[in-house]
Structures are given as structure tokens and as C-alpha cells.
Design a protein around this ligand. Sequence first.
Ligand SMILES: C[S@@+](CC[C@H](N)C(=O)[O-])C[C@H]1O[C@@H](n2cnc3c(N)ncnc32)[C@H](O)[C@@H]1O
Length: 226
Amino acid sequence: MRAGPLLDHAPREGVRTFTPRWRNSALTDSRMANLLPARALPEGPLVPSVAFGREGPVVVEIGSGHGAAAIAFCLARPDADLVAVDVHVPGVARMLAAAQEAGVDNLWVHPGDALPFLTERVAPDSLDAVHLFFPDPWPKQRHAKRRFLQQHTLELLASRLVPGGVLLVATDSQAYAAHARSQLARHGRWSVVQGERPDWRPDDGFEAKGVRAGRAVTELACTLRP
Ligand SMILES: C[S@@+](CC[C@H](N)C(=O)[O-])C[C@H]1O[C@@H](n2cnc3c(N)ncnc32)[C@H](O)[C@@H]1O
């Protein structure tokens, strides 16, 4: 599949939003080998009827970590299919084990970088929502180019969401919240409402860590304007 509409802000060559540094344990390897096949997407373009066996609302979570939010969403919204995307294999393996334990059947998993996944495999106008919860904050100004929300990623998300689709962002970094608000305003296609944590999202993981450290959480619900 071609990349869809051209991006008017190209990603910078070699700039990644994550640090690819980890070791897989034997448990991680065995979970990936045994549990991933049932939740992996078929190769090539994402075709909901083929991948999920139905055509309901489709949500992508970017940087799903160990999957608590993804699993909770799937339990709360059995009508929807959610694709959880993360590069960090040990986290993906934990999510697979937790999803099996929870018995969810509408959670799908793509272990990899969300940018090429969205660019090359997700069709324009095909997602109902994108979730970005506690993205790596990259707090130093010289690393700001690594923050996930940039003009080119907002353009990519806007092209993949249906009109009226929603981008949910949560962060416990004040610097990231300010960065997100300014990127969204500059992009100009989002109605942004600052609000509450979605009632289905558990407050564990990075959120709990931030709250324990006394950091306030910013929740942004961003609706794509036509
Ligand atoms: C700070 S963690 C938050 C994890 C989870 N959302 C939570 O709230 O517990 C950020 C996650 O984003 C992932 N990540 C960063 N850039 C990514 C990208 N381009 N594609 C997929 N995952 C990415 C990292 O591997 C990491 O697991």
C-alpha cells in the first residue's frame, strides 16, 4: 500500500521517539512465541474485516506499554477493536500475558514503531480514535524533536482518523503538555478540550508513578475537525 496523502512535514531522518535498548528474558521470548500469533495482524494493509473478522470502530494505541489501558478499553468497549502498538518487546510480552488472563478478544498487537505502521499499513480515514497515554516526555529541549507529537505526526494522525475522530493524550509532564497544546494549536485541525481521565482507564503504570511523585496529569481530548 502507498503511504496515502503526502505528509507536508517530513519526519527527520534517523530521529526516533524511543530508545531501542532492552534485553528479552526467556519468559518474554516464550510469551511472544506462544501468545503473539493469536493477536498479530495479517501482513500488509490493515483490513478490519480480514484482521478482526468484523467492521466496527477501530482504535490504535501508540506506546501501549504493558497494556493496562488497552486491556481496560477492550473490556469496556467490546464493540470496538484496538490495535496496541509498542516497540518495547518486554512490555508487549507482559501485555500479551495480561490480555490472555483478562480474556479479551478484541485486542490486537503490533510490536513495532507506530510511525511506519500508521504510514504504511493503516488506510486514510479508517481510525475512530488514537490513544497516546504517557508518551516518553523527552524533557530536555535538545530532545524535543523526539517527542511523538510533532506537525508531521499530527498530519499523519489527521489523515488516518475519520473526520470527527478523536486523539486522546495524557501526560504527567508539564513540559510535554505545553508542547502538545502548542503543536495541536499550530496544526490547526483539532478542537482540544482539557478534561478528566476516561472512566475506563486504570490509573496504574506511568500515571500512578507520576501521581506518586506529585505530578499532575493533563488529559487532552482532541477531535479532528473536518
Ligand atoms: C512512558 S511509556 C508509557 C507506556 C504506557 N502508555 C503507560 O502509560 O504505562 C512510553 C511507551 O511508548 C513506547 N514508544 C515510544 N515511541 C514509540 C513509537 N514510535 N512506536 C511505538 N511505541 C513507542 C515506548 O516503548 C514505551 O513503552
